[in-house]
Design a protein around this ligand. Sequence first.
Ligand code: ATP
Ligand code: MG
Length: 256
Amino acid sequence: MNLLKGVKMPSQLDIIDLHAGVEGKEILKGISLPVPQGEIHALMGPNGSGKSTLSYVILGHPKYEVYSGKVLLDGEDVLEMDTDERARKGLFLGFQYPLEIPGVRLSSFLETSLRYLKPGLLNGEDFHDLLRDKSQMLNIEESFLERSVNEGFSGGEKKRAEVLQLALFEPKLAVMDETDSGLDIDSLQVVSSAINAVAERGTGILLVTHYQRILRYVIPDKVHVLMNGRIVRTGGKELALELEEKGYDWLRKVKG
Ligand SMILES: Nc1ncnc2c1ncn2[C@@H]1O[C@H](COP(=O)(O)OP(=O)(O)OP(=O)(O)O)[C@@H](O)[C@H]1O
Ligand SMILES: [Mg+2]
């Protein structure tokens, strides 16, 4: 039983000419990127190009400074909001390096978060049914849910726990930062089908990845290439194949 069925999520993320950085150093140098409701946009680019910085800025990490530009969700500028409010508005970040939270049981963390993000949606028993459903979809054993959040989890287990949050919260817009890194082939498939399932129900996805392999399962509507803080190319799914074949140097040359 899917308890969230029928919840309407009209939503679009609009990043407009965003300049941002850290400690006075500009890292994002004018990013414009719309992600319409239910679309999957892959964000690729070399190490250090600014992908995680963009992810953090969208969610409002306090370390990063926004110099100019806008980040709109459903037309509302989120840059003035703290992270907490952005999450309640429907933004979600799957971390490149998920944090361990010793002493906080994963199932309690998920229940508290879901009640906070979507108040009035659940009663106690329903949550456990929903959690069981989503955990099974992601091949996460029930014993995991009783452990502290991410503590002692393997790299791939942490990534599956991030996607479990995504599947439960069904945000309006999810930024998934290298969720595919470190996944074995079976995990890659279950994670991909969970991402596809939330996208089909209206969540927009910004999927940061280095590899074409996840894009065999999660078919992107668009692929964007970020280099040195700028989007230098946008294309369809074939662009990811082209990058795999040619690397990034040709784009540096094309750009001059
Ligand atoms: N807190 C910080 N202090 C100093 N420099 C930073 C900080 N955060 C990010 N940077 C710099 O900003 C640049 C972009 O980093 P970012 O983590 O966004 O890259 P990325 O595209 O996610 O790379 P990767 O593919 O390796 O994950 C890098 O040169 C990084 O060193
Ligand atoms: Mg990164």
